[in-house]
Design a protein around this ligand. Structure first.
Ligand code: UDP
Length: 240
């Protein structure tokens, strides 16, 4: 096996990551590029599990802000993640990567239900596992799903794909003087309210010592660099 720093990873893709330039929906060219990057590390023997968000289609908080019952709106968000997961599965299979989608809410006609031991078995058999429908619970996020599943399947790292190349002290799009952090501790993310992941997800990572690498998905080759242990983006850990 090539010199890999991480052998089993969770890749967290936001829904927006699938939308490409249009900002909403699913962009096929973007999906294809993501699939190719995943294939690259798969071929090196990395065990890859993916958690996809749903923000390109629907977000529970947005629905609830318009007066909808929050739990109902969140279930719609979870369904949105299933659509994204199926689209990603399709793109991966088109580049000959064997995949399984597992949903946290049962919908057996279109995907397997989430079964931890089975997910691990798929990984061992060289299949990419896509975790869909979040945690299955309203009031949670797909960031929390990534942290939870990472703990469950004993992933060594969560690769947090973003549109920017790491975590900054202010929004780099609005502030040209924004400074990028290379290393951070979980507690800094919580105390400074940095836009890495929500606090529930951050706490779960902190309590279970799951490191995060926040990186720019649009720079091709970054996923490969991350699994090889090359320094990219921002590393979030315990700081020891
Ligand atoms: N969601 C939820 N429980 C979960 C995961 C997701 O209720 O465990 C809902 C929630 O409404 C959320 C939506 O699904 O807004 C889409 O997920 P998320 O916002 O995390 O997607 P992303 O921002 O990564 O695109």
């Amino acid at each position: 096996m090539a010199n890999l720093r991480y052998k089993r990873i969770i890749l967290k893709l936001s829904g927006e990551a699938l939308a490409g330039g249009q900002g909403f929906g699913i962009d096929q060219a973007t999906l294809q590029s993501i699939a190719e990057q995943i294939k690259e590390i798969k071929d090196l023997g990395v065990e890859v599990a993916i958690v996809v968000g749903g923000g390109n289609i629907w977000r529970g908080v947005a629905g609830s802000a318009q007066g909808m019952d929050r739990a109902t709106a969140d279930y719609m968000g979870m369904l949105a993640t299933v659509m994204n997961s199926l689209a990603l599965q399709d793109a991966l299979e088109k580049v000959n990567v064997s995949t399984r989608v597992q949903t946290a809410i049962e919908m057996r006609q279109i995907a397997e239900p989430y079964i931890r031991r089975r997910a691990i078995r798929h990984l061992e058999k060289n299949r990419v596992v896509i975790f869909a429908a979040g945690t299955g619970n309203p009031y949670f996020s797909t960031d929390t799903t990534a942290a939870l599943r990472a703990a469950e399947i004993e992933a060594e790292v969560i690769l947090m794909a973003k549109k920017v190349d790491g975590v900054y002290d202010s929004d780099p799009v609005k502030n040209p003087k924004a400074k990028r952090f290379t290393d951070l501790q979980y507690i800094d993310v919580l105390n400074k309210g940095l836009g890495v992941m929500d606090s529930t997800a951050t706490s779960l990572c902190m309590d279970n010592n799951i490191p995060l690498i926040v990186f720019n998905l649009n720079e091709k080759g970054n996923i490969l660099k991350a699994v090889k242990g090359e320094k990219i983006g921002t590393f979030v850990g315990r700081g020891d």
